[in-house]
Design a protein around this ligand. Structure first.
Ligand code: C2E
Ligand code: CA
Ligand code: CA
Ligand code: CA
Length: 284
């Protein structure tokens, strides 16, 4: 038993080593990703159920590393956060997203917004207000067409600083969405004091909607929708994959849906074509 225990222990440390080697390798490659032009954005459209129009797309970061292949954001975003690289990467994301939007506008897509994910470090430990102002000015994007997505935990961590920054963004007309809503511990009373415009219901609550026997997720979802409505917030359901989920959300008057049912994240050009080709009066 003892030998087996030691063996297990060694396997464990060996795998720790190879894990941390991989992390170190990823971090080193990530440092060069911008200059090597390995980052791209994918764009996922969101459908407004009231009028059946696509009014917003979310920008999602993609990294095709020459050394590691396609690395999912769930793997490299945390590393970028820990190493501080997220500030430079986040600025690249904002500029790229705004450039794409202004490009789309030149091609006739005039009333669409772009949602950009913002990490804790970016909001709390960089001069995000000035960066955003500068990028809006450089790209000519109207602040009303930019939405920043933040998770609950970010907003809870340093509440005062977060609130102050959010107020700045609201003053200049930038929208604020709370991402992955429902997974954290933020109380509604707390959120109410923040100048947010949108709640995005986490995919975990959407997954089982419309399935027989699901009552808990359905209850949470309808509660969040009702709550958002009473606070005058826009509510988005993310990860909507099936017609059953869509029917449930429509019935309970969710404002916006996003997910594979509508479209996966697309390259900029494909997304432009998707939105251009979207039927004028599909929904409601
Ligand atoms: P998120 O912001 O919650 O983004 C939604 C994720 O769900 C995306 O994964 C998207 O591709 C995926 N998704 C969308 N619809 C569906 C669906 O119907 N079914 C399923 N199974 N998945 C769906 P992705 O692109 O891998 O991004 C993962 C996370 O990485 C994001 O979660 C976000 O937290 C983070 N992230 C992505 N881009 C950025 C960025 O530019 N900056 C920062 N700070 N974080 C980012
Ligand atoms: Ca998001
Ligand atoms: Ca989310
Ligand atoms: Ca669930």
């Amino acid at each position: 038993a003892k030998a087996a225990g030691r063996h297990t222990f060694m396997r464990y440390t060996e795998s720790m080593d190879s894990n941390s080697r991989r992390r170190a390798g990823l971090v080193a490659s990530l440092r060069r990703a911008i200059e090597r032009d390995e980052l791209r954005l994918a764009y996922q459209p969101q459908l407004s159920l009231a009028d059946g129009r696509i009014r917003c797309v979310e920008a999602l970061l993609r990294w095709h590393s020459s050394e590691h292949g396609e690395v999912p954001p769930a793997q490299f975003i945390p590393l970028a956060e820990e190493s501080g690289m997220i500030v430079a990467i986040g600025e690249w994301v904002l500029r790229e997203a705004c450039n794409t939007l202004s490009d789309w506008q030149r091609q006739g897509l005039d009333d669409i917004s772009i949602a950009v994910n913002v990490s804790a470090t970016q909001l709390l430990h960089s001069d995000l207000p000035r960066t955003v102002e500068r990028i809006l000015r450089e790209t000519g994007v109207d602040p009303g067409q930019l939405e920043l997505e933040l998770t609950e935990s970010v907003l809870m961590a340093k509440a005062d600083l977060a609130a102050e920054r959010l107020q700045f963004f609201r003053r200049i007309g930038v929208s604020i969405a709370v991402d992955d809503f429902g997974t954290g511990y933020s109380s509604l009373a707390y959120l109410r004091r923040l100048p947010i415009t949108t709640l995005k219901i986490d995919k975990a609550f959407i997954d089982d909607l419309g399935r027989p026997g699901d009552t808990e997720d359905a209850a949470i979802t309808t509660t969040v929708i009702a709550m958002a409505r009473s606070l005058g917030l826009n509510v988005v359901a993310e990860g909507v994959e099936t017609a059953e989920q869509l029917a449930f959300l429509r019935q309970h008057r969710c404002d916006v849906v996003q997910g594979y049912w509508l479209s996966p994240p697309l390259q900029a050009r494909q997304c432009l074509e998707f939105v251009h080709g979207w039927p004028e009066r599909e929904g409601s």
